[in-house]
Write a protein that binds this ligand. Structure first.
Ligand code: PA5
Length: 421
């Protein structure tokens, strides 16, 4: 992974950067101290090591679901959904016809969505993985109830018992109780890991393994990238990212636009937005995390980014190599005048688009950070997950907010409860 801040030189001077880096180092040291003192909610910092004994079990359950089911519905919302969604959508081929279709439910309250999904499952052999740490989240619980009833009617109680899996607290909660009563297999959401930091636990790993991807490589990427006992020295680039974000906020750049030039990273952007938005946005503080996929969004948001209110900076997740190469074809008539590009691959043109965009945005007062990975695969996604999780926790420490709660999310829930009384 390459962390490139050359385009920040016009926006941040060395003295400012040094002060921010000092603050980031202190924040990181305090995070590690908290971890060493068994700090609350910091289990994710060593999950890449701690999860290893459970991997066989996760893979066994995944093989069982893959063997028997042609569709598997992953039921969850927020941190109980976005990590798996990010990794699966990044690794899946764009138009793969998958023998094991992975569907996501329980992340909205649209009845059309649920009914269309039920229609889609008609006549198929399907499984359901319900993921909820609390076990009481409304969107997830409702979808699970609908799907469970449907499965029992369609495929019978015995099938449901064998093909419903719950990922939840192992000691308490409604989902735990449902699983115990019905004899469903259970995996743990560790008590000391919050939803949005849980992708490397069974919360993310089980759906990713069911989708057929290599969770050992994902874990290896994370494990090689960061281990708590190795100290802050391993975190230089993470701390630079946190420092730059801090300085951007100080300079009135209140919006961080997370950009990629590869559409399959859209799901990853959604995960990134939740991680930073729910962790940082409290006490009247925090950058607003948004995302764009270029070049698609250069034809929509691009205008605003170039010339709208100067409140933005960008973090580009850049991918060096595609899976395959395609050259611009030559034609006889050349009416579209593209023959002059015919020795280029489309990947080369995409990287030219990225360079051109960075130049334009930097000139238009949009500071730009680049994070470059060689390729989209399990290993590099594992690295990125730890990169952003640690950067997020450090950023929160720097601004003095608690990254691991989400008191603001309760307000809408309380209103729903009142309205439904
Ligand atoms: O990051 C978080 O903690 C939240 O987004 C939760 O994951 C989300 O609210 C779902 O909660 P639960 O897993 O309890 O259903």
């Amino acid at each position: 992974m390459i962390f490139d801040i050359t385009n920040m030189a016009n926006f941040v001077n060395n003295d400012e950067l040094k002060v921010a880096q000092r603050k980031a180092i202190e924040a990181m040291q305090s995070l590690v101290e908290d971890y060493e003192n068994d700090g609350d909610m910091l289990g994710w910092m060593s999950i890449a090591a701690d999860i290893r004994p459970l991997i066989d079990n996760i893979e066994r359950c995944a093989s069982h679901m893959r063997r028997d089911c042609d569709a598997i519905v992953i039921c969850g919302i927020g941190g109980s959904y976005l990590g798996a969604f990010a990794v699966i959508s990044a690794l899946k081929g764009y138009f793969d016809y998958d023998k094991h279709e992975i569907l996501f439910a329980g992340n909205n309250l649209s009845q059309d969505y649920l009914l269309d999904m039920c229609d889609h499952l008609e006549g198929r052999k399907y499984g359901v993985v319900c993921i909820s740490k609390s076990g009481t989240t409304l969107e997830t619980a409702i979808a699970f109830r609908v799907l469970r009833n449907k499965m029992e009617e369609d495929l019978g109680l015995e099938w449901a018992k064998e093909h419903i899996v719950c990922v939840t607290d192992l000691t308490k909660g409604a989902l735990h109780d449902i699983a115990v009563l019905n004899g469903y297999q259970m995996f743990e959401v560790p008590d000391n890991i919050g939803g949005r930091f849980s992708v490397l636990s069974a919360v993310g790993l089980l759906p990713i393994a069911i989708a057929g991807f290599d969770i050992r490589q994902l874990i290896a990427g994370a494990f090689d990238f960061y281990r708590p006992h190795r100290g802050v020295e391993q975190c230089g680039e993470i701390l630079d990212y946190a420092s730059m974000r801090y300085l951007m906020s100080q300079k009135g750049k209140k919006v961080e636009n997370f950009v990629s030039f590869e559409p399959k990273l859209r799901g990853f952007s959604e995960w990134w937005k939740q991680l930073f938005g729910e962790s940082e946005g409290k006490d009247g503080k925090g950058l607003f995390p948004t995302s764009a996929t270029y070049t698609t969004d250069l034809h929509s948001l691009g205008q605003y980014v170039q010339q709208g209110d100067r409140i933005l900076f960008e973090t580009i997740l850049s991918v060096e190599n595609s899976n395959r190469e395609l050259e611009v074809p030559r034609t006889q008539d050349n009416l579209d005048k593209l023959n002059k590009y015919s020795w280029y691959t489309i990947g080369y043109m995409n990287s030219a688009a990225e360079k051109g965009t960075v130049m334009a945005h930097v000139a238009g007062d949009v500071p730009t950070i680049r994070i470059v990975i060689p390729k989209i695969n399990e290993y590099h996604l594992g690295q990125l997950i730890y990169f952003f999780e640690i950067a997020c926790a450090v950023s929160c420490k720097m601004t003095g907010v608690n990254p691991f709660n989400q008191p603001g999310v309760e307000d809408y829930k309380a209103n729903i409860r009142k309205l439904l009384k």
